[in-house]
Design a protein around this ligand. Structure first.
Ligand code: ADP
Ligand code: MG
Length: 689
């Protein structure tokens, strides 16, 4: 067996308990460990004269011990103070909880070398620095070099990691290099083994950065080449083509009680090109909540159904029953008086009903099926699925999206997302797709005024809600949890509903909405809120998508600090949909500085793209939509801060596939293998057998 795939217990000092801790970081074998990338480095190469050290910076100082104090502070705690001088000044090294024996290692006049953060309390100080009393410190493993700082978990120290990493590095020569030789030569890449070594124990910080970039390049190349292959397969495929002439166009547009915005028309144009073409549509439609994506999707669905004699069927899949039902209702109303046969398919359907519906789908007796995950169950078979639309695509896994597409013979596929995706991520994750963006709101949409309130100001939010209720408005109060969590000290939607409906909102009919209620109850509740039987809805984040009530003008989000920015942005998209301005109050109890900064992004902008960018910077792509969901592999070396690198790799990868579509050339064999290992299940990789 390659030493790379040996379990970590093969390393000195790693037993079952340490290996369990390592597993917590996702580290199972030597290969994993080699790609555990330092989050930072400590530069301990140079000794700084004490005179030149600065508060707040890390530094190495070296000098002779001029004094040692062992003090008792408070009743039990002892403090060790060691004063060290060089020819330029003096610094105090401090240890709390010191044991008397420690003092012995500091003899007056002896040399001490220490590394730590410089603080000032009267004079310069380091608290609990790393130190050595060796006369030639650069000969110890701790000084005279740059040391990696790793992401840790409790029970594992930097020292431990550095030690096992040095041992693991002996296997680095075994790691295969997927970058084809000609490419590596053109880029003057160092060899990969050296790059791995330099990422962990670099001779200079510039070397470390260079090495990491090289590893990131390779990691992205494998991913982008997989996308390029996928894109090529689709481009070469023959699917459906639909007729989209003037007649069809006019018939469809007449159904809507409004004119499409310019932004919608532009996207309709892009879609129509796909629809007319024999090549299957493989398009991602992005646009902020409420910008009118659904309308555009409906346009595509109806175009696909225009030639009735062809027997085309279409599917519209949404992530929740609430949303599927809402789409169904909208469509039903819209298609009233046309001959389009529409059906709603949900997971909660009774067996007999489900059987009957499946039969109609299979026999082609229904044209447009709206549904949830129920659509991709094994027993669902279409007669002739020609177009599939997937709403809120990020709520489905890649596999699920693929599964729906596989219900037909290369149907057109349109994915939609209301979480705007930053450009880096779009390129990285959806490089195999065409992308359309609706970047303007329909007329009449109001900006939502957003404020962040600390606990002492919560009342203001509820007062505002009351005054909106008095003038006919409707109010959402969002609690992230269904049930109170005492451990986290979070109150729940259920408890809040009880308190609010008997308290401040007692004069107004209130309702409760959360994901664990039956679909029937949810539907009834939704209907009640929409037609005004209820004026206040206390809910979990289930209202995030799709709930469309024009009269809702106030949203209060409790525990806002627990939610992601994009999620909050989605939530507040539920208000300000009528002619009246919306007010969103983010309530946080004692938010950290970080949380405050994060939430303030929302107060300062309504632009979903800006928010997504901020979210990406603050929390990384995994959080933004779940790494698994997006179909993105877990990238260990690339961190999305370097857009030019991603663009470079993307171009290289697409060019590579253009020139060698089957990756058959000798130079490309290792790349081909890496793609197979990493991506075989994710894509229907064509041409690669
Ligand atoms: P999304 O799916 O992007 O969240 P929808 O398509 O559901 O947005 O549209 C949101 C609301 O705006 C719906 O009530 C819809 O009827 C309305 N709408 C969409 N396009 C227009 C338009 N061009 N003019 C006026 N209202 C529109
Ligand atoms: Mg929508």
């Amino acid at each position: 067996m390659s030493p790379l795939f040996k379990k970590l217990t093969c390393l000195t000092g790693v037993g079952p308990s340490k290996s369990r801790l390592l597993a917590r970081l996702g580290l199972h074998n030597v290969y994993d460990l080699l790609f555990h990338i330092p989050r930072n480095y400590e530069d301990r190469r140079r000794i700084t004269p004490i005179r030149d050290i600065r508060e707040g910076e890390y530094a190495v100082v070296s000098g002779r011990v001029s004094d040692v104090n062992f003090k008792r502070i408070r009743s039990r705690q002892r403090m060790l103070e060691v004063f060290v001088s060089d020819s330029t000044g003096m610094i105090q090294l401090t240890w709390f909880h010191a044991r008397p024996s420690w003092a012995e290692s500091f003899q007056k006049k002896n040399t001490v070398t220490a590394y730590g953060k410089v603080q000032y309390y009267g004079g310069p100080q380091m608290v609990s620095p790393v130190y050595t009393t060796a006369p030639n410190p650069e000969q110890s493993a701790e000084f005279g070099c740059i040391l990696p700082v790793y992401p840790l978990t409790e029970g594992l120290s930097q020292k431990f990691f550095r030690r096992i990493m040095r041992e693991a590095l002996t296997a680095a020569a075994e790691v295969a290099d997927a970058v084809p030789h000609p490419l590596a030569r053109a880029k003057s890449f160092t060899n990969k083994t050296e790059a791995i070594r330099n990422v962990h124990f670099p001779p200079s910080l510039a070397t470390a950065e260079h090495a990491l970039r090289r590893l990131a390049y390779e990691e992205l190349l494998v991913f982008q080449a997989a996308l390029a292959l996928q894109r090529r397969t689709i481009k070469d495929a023959k699917g459906f083509n639909f007729k989209t002439g003037r007649n069809v166009e006019q018939r469809i547009r007449r159904l809507f009680p409004f004119r499409f915005t310019d932004a919608q028309n532009k996207v309709v144009g892009e879609l129509c090109r796909d629809l007319r073409s024999q090549r299957p549509m493989h398009r991602l439609l992005q646009g902020d909540v409420g910008c009118g994506k659904t309308v555009v999707a409906v346009y595509a669905l109806l175009s696909a159904l225009a030639e009735r004699s062809k027997g085309h069927q279409t599917a519209f899949m949404a992530p929740t029953e609430v949303l599927a039902e809402q789409h169904y209702l909208t469509l039903q109303e819209l298609l009233d008086g046309t001959d389009v046969r529409i059906m709603l398919l949900k997971g909660s359907a009774k067996p007999a009903e489900r059987r009957e519906k499946l039969q109609r789908i299979a026999e082609g007796r229904v044209d447009l099926v709206v549904g949830t995950h129920a659509l991709i169950q094994k027993d669902v078979a279409f007669n002739k699925l020609a177009l599939a639309v997937i709403d809120e695509q990020h709520r489905f896994g890649v596999r699920q999206r693929l599964e729906l597409a596989q219900k037909g013979r290369r149907p057109d596929v349109l994915l939609m997302t209301a979480t705007p995706i930053p450009r880096t991520l779009t390129l990285a994750c959806f490089g195999d797709m065409d992308v359309s963006v609706i970047d303007r709101m329909p007329p009449g949409r109001r900006e939502v005024n957003t404020r962040l309130l600390g606990e002492s100001h919560w009342k203001e939010a509820y007062q505002e809600a009351l005054s909106e209720l008095k003038t006919g408005g409707r109010v959402f109060v969002i609690f992230p949890l269904v049930e109170t969590n005492h451990e986290l000290d979070l109150s729940s939607a259920t408890d809040a509903y009880r308190v609010l409906s008997n308290g401040i909102f007692k004069d107004y009919p209130c309702c409760l909405m959360h994901g664990r209620m039956s679909a029937e109850t949810k539907r009834e509740t939704m209907r009640g809120f929409r037609n005004g039987d209820y004026r206040v809805m206390v809910a979990t984040t289930v209202v995030e998508v799709g709930i469309d009530v024009a009269e809702a003008t106030v949203m209060i989000v409790q525990h806002a600090e627990r939610l992601g920015l994009s999620q909050l942005h989605q939530l507040r998209g539920r208000i300000g949909r009528g002619g009246r301005p919306g007010f969103c109050f983010l309530l946080a109890s004692d938010p950290t500085e970080d949380a405050r900064r994060r939430l303030e992004v929302l107060c300062n902008t309504n632009d979903g793209f800006k928010i997504a960018e901020a979210d990406l910077k603050l929390r990384g792509p995994g959080e933004l939509f779940g790494t698994q969901q997006s179909g993105m592999p877990e990238l260990r070396c690339y961190d999305f801060s370097d857009l030019p690198l991603l663009e470079e790799v993307r171009n290289d990868a697409f060019e590579l596939i253009e020139n060698d579509p089957g990756l058959d050339r000798q130079d490309n064999q290792l790349l081909k293998k890496a793609i197979r290992q990493g991506y075989a299940g994710r894509f229907a990789l064509g041409g690669m057998g």
